[in-house]
Design a binder for this molecule. Structure first.
Ligand SMILES: Cc1ncc(COP(=O)(O)O)c(C=O)c1O
Length: 390
């Protein structure tokens, strides 16, 4: 019903993944393959395309009226997919999750305050913290049996009176860790004891690849800390609508929400982009079958990628992802220096992958590869990687 093998030319379409590649990577070759930013090369669900087509056919593009249907669609989605009974009055739309994180920082902390991050972690966390003149407190993840785990005992020793917020990525990017209820509860309890605000970025929550693993929203795992919790969710990663630039910050604490909404108002962000709202509402309302078809396709791409990269680069190890479409590969075991690995991938394979050091401490020997692309492109990338390490 959905053809994820279909290759759609994206070069020259303002697709950052393709059209920013040469500038950011230095790869000049016209046949370069982008495996960096978290953006899929698949057409959006048909319900999204149709909703946008209706809008463009009407051809009047005035200000968007938020009549409540958008948050209601989000609430229905969360109830249906995650068993989370979310009250639409808890929802503050923001122009994406990263901007939401910036607004949260401004709402609940002061310049110079510290924000806990669990590296290796999504690089935009670091950038938005620093751009807001807050400080990063790195709480290094540890690898146990090929999976990341938080070390809250070590974090306890690092806290200072200036530590105010925890940025939690659930599921985790990179590494694809789906946190267990016990792990989320331990972190929630930690935040409650140390009076920290917990920000749970659950943008990858719909992208769980295996049937025996479930994403648990932080609010469902630890409802008792709801007053200090802000959950960030979006349709944009799930349905490949990143250009729509809309996400939601959700908190059931009215005082916390008022502070956040005050920052949204102060930045003039209380009026929303109609295309983004229409596209994401349509995705939540009509996208179930598309997502149910996408997930096994991604899981098969993961399995193919893992098997072939480990065969191509002897000693490389791809972390077993439970979620996301971002393979996280450690090349330390190849014995090659990181610069040599990077050069082989960039210059020989003509592939732009995300450099591990971007993700903070612990990323030095790693690279992140986005495999959310039609299988013929993935096959080509894997063949080139094989040659690059031959
Ligand atoms: C954990 C995480 N949060 C947020 C984002 C980006 O969100 P947005 O485009 O809505 O700012 C990404 C994109 O890859 C991500 O991985």
């Amino acid at each position: 019903m959905f053809d994820f093998d279909r290759m759609i030319e994206r070069r020259g379409t303002h697709a950052a993944k393709w059209d920013m590649m040469a500038r950011l990577s230095g790869i000049k070759s016209p046949d370069a393959i982008p495996m960096w930013v978290a953006d899929m090369d698949f057409a959006a669900p048909p319900g999204v395309t149709e909703a946008l087509a209706v809008e463009t056919r009407r051809a009047i593009h005035g200000y968007y009226a938020d009549t409540g249907t958008w948050a209601a669609a989000l609430a229905d989605w969360m109830a249906r997919r995650h068993g989370w009974q979310l009250d639409p009055t808890w929802v503050s739309p923001t122009p994406g999750i990263v901007s939401g994180l910036g607004l949260i920082l401004q709402a609940v902390s002061d310049p110079g305050d510290e924000v806990v991050v669990f590296p290796p972690a999504y690089h935009a966390f670091r950038k938005i913290i620093l751009a807001n003149e807050r400080r990063i407190l790195d709480s290094q993840l540890v690898e146990i049996d090929g999976r990341y785990a938080m070390d809250l005992d070590a974090l306890q020793l690092q806290l200072t009176p200036r530590t105010k917020i925890v940025f939690f990525c659930s599921p985790h990017n990179p590494g694809g860790t789906v946190w267990s209820v016990e792990e989320i509860r331990a972190l929630a309890g930690f935040c409650a004891e140390r009076d920290l605000i917990l920000v749970s970025d659950e943008i990858h929550g719909d992208l769980v690849l295996d049937g025996d693993v479930r994403h648990t929203p932080a609010i469902a795992a630890a409802p008792e800390i709801a007053d200090r919790l802000i959950t960030c969710v979006a349709a944009t990663k799930t349905f490949n609508l990143a250009g729509a630039h809309v996400g939601a910050c959700v908190t059931s604490n009215p005082a916390l929400k008022r502070r956040l909404d005050a920052r949204i108002a102060a930045s003039g962000l209380g009026s929303y982009n109609s295309f983004g709202m229409i596209a994401t509402e349509a995705a939540w309302r009509t996208g179930d079958a598309w997502l149910d078809a996408l997930l096994p396709y991604l899981a098969a791409n993961r399995d193919l990628f893992d098997a072939r990269i480990e065969a191509a680069a002897r000693g490389a190890r791809s972390m077993r992802l439970s979620a996301t479409y971002l393979a996280w590969v450690d090349f330390a075991g190849t014995g090659l220096p990181p610069e040599e690995v990077a050069a082989r991938i960039r210059d020989r394979a003509r592939i732009f992958a995300s450099p591990g050091p971007q993700f903070g401490p612990g990323g030095k020997t790693w690279l992140r590869f986005n495999f959310a692309t039609p299988r013929p492109i993935l096959e080509e990338a894997l063949a080139r990687l094989k040659d690059a390490f031959a």
